[in-house]
Design a protein around this ligand. Structure first.
Ligand code: GSH
Length: 199
């Protein structure tokens, strides 16, 4: 059985929960990170030198980085519908997952920090930068119902828990109707609702 180490309020943990729930495989989640103060122990650091969550344990194998975990589980469970084996189709999934970490995540984190501050103390570029990245995603979702095409994949799992938070920031971002419709499709799935239930 998979062991998922990470608090349920972490968006990166939620990505993995979404996949495990969608596949219906057995797993046990344990609370690690932030308020649990258990990611700097020698045992945890031996598995995950970044001291971040999530970590996935599968027998003797342990994996960190949420997107590496998504790829590992999808490949191990032979979920070719979620992570295609055809290399061209797979590259469509991989590029959006890489874009999420490289481009969306930094502006999401800036937004996450700024959203807690009074408006006057927010960095002037935060909302602008976030809107620019969301516009790229909006353009894709205006063309296809799921991020990598006609079917849901682990790219949607990587993006869903992050984007739902982005659109809820109090920045008056421009409307993104295709993203809103995609979030509704995600919310229609019990696996997504379970994964994101903690907030
Ligand atoms: N790129 C990493 C980022 C991991 C990360 O930053 N996780 C956050 C939670 S979303 C974390 O561990 N924060 C510190 C903590 O909760 O102790 C991934 O995708 O797994």
């Amino acid at each position: 059985m998979y062991q998922l180490l990470g608090r349920a309020t972490s968006g990166n943990v939620q990505k993995v929960m979404f996949l495990l729930e969608e596949l219906g495989v057995s797993y046990e989640r344990q609370d690690y990170g932030r308020q649990f103060e258990n990611t700097t122990t020698a045992d945890y650091l031996a598995m995950t030198p970044t001291a971040k969550v999530p970590t996935l344990k599968d027998g003797n194998v342990s994996i960190w980085e949420s997107h590496s975990i998504l790829r590992y589980v999808a490949a191990k469970e032979k979920a070719a519908n979620l992570y295609p084996t055809d290399l061209a189709a797979r590259s469509q999934v991989d590029r959006w997952m890489d874009w999420t970490l490289a481009s969306l995540n930094p502006v999401f984190l800036a937004g996450f920090r700024d959203a807690k501050k009074p408006e006057a103390e927010r960095a002037p570029d935060t909302a602008k930068n976030l809107a620019a990245e969301l516009k790229i995603l909006e353009g894709q979702l205006a063309k296809t119902p799921w991020i990598a095409g006609e079917a849901m994949t682990i790219a949607d799992m990587a993006l869903g828990p992050v984007v739902r938070r982005c659109v809820a920031f109090p920045f008056g971002l421009p409307p993104t109707p295709a993203i809103a419709a995609w979030l509704e499709r995600l919310n229609a799935r019990p696996a997504f609702r379970t994964a994101t239930a903690a907030g």
